[in-house]
Write a protein that binds this ligand. Sequence first.
Ligand SMILES: [Cu+2]
Length: 168
Amino acid sequence: MKFFPYSALILAFAFAFAACGGSEQAPESEMEMEVGAEETEITGVSITIQPDGDNMMYAEETITVTAGTEVTLVLENTATAPVMIHNIVVLNSDSDEEATRVGMAALAAGEAMDYVPEDDAILAYTPMANPGETVEVTFTAPSEPGNYRFICTYPGHFATMQGVLVVQ
Ligand SMILES: [Cu+2]
């Protein structure tokens, strides 16, 4: 107990000294906190789409992605009927006119073209998938947020087999 007042005095001095030096060190520690932040790497996203059984429809009719990211669309053709051959053709708008034009042009393109016409409206497309097959396509999502139609261009399918890629 005899030493207590003396020790307290030393502590008080030490504290005052640390406080003085501390003001000079403060910026350094603040800088350390900023390093390492905002270093998130942009990675691609994979989305799997299936048909709705043996119907000429996709089971997933709305899919959402982030603008400008790498997107892999996987079409898992789980249909069992032999005529249920499908693909995914992504268009650069959500207009009925464009979907119809591309769908009709696919008929003219025929089997030799895998039922995919040459058309500027097409952003990306998978090959045709027979029942039981899985196909995919990787592309960069539009940088412009909005709705982008996707359709199946197998003959007779596009009228009902459609979906929307929502870009946010
Ligand atoms: Cu189809």
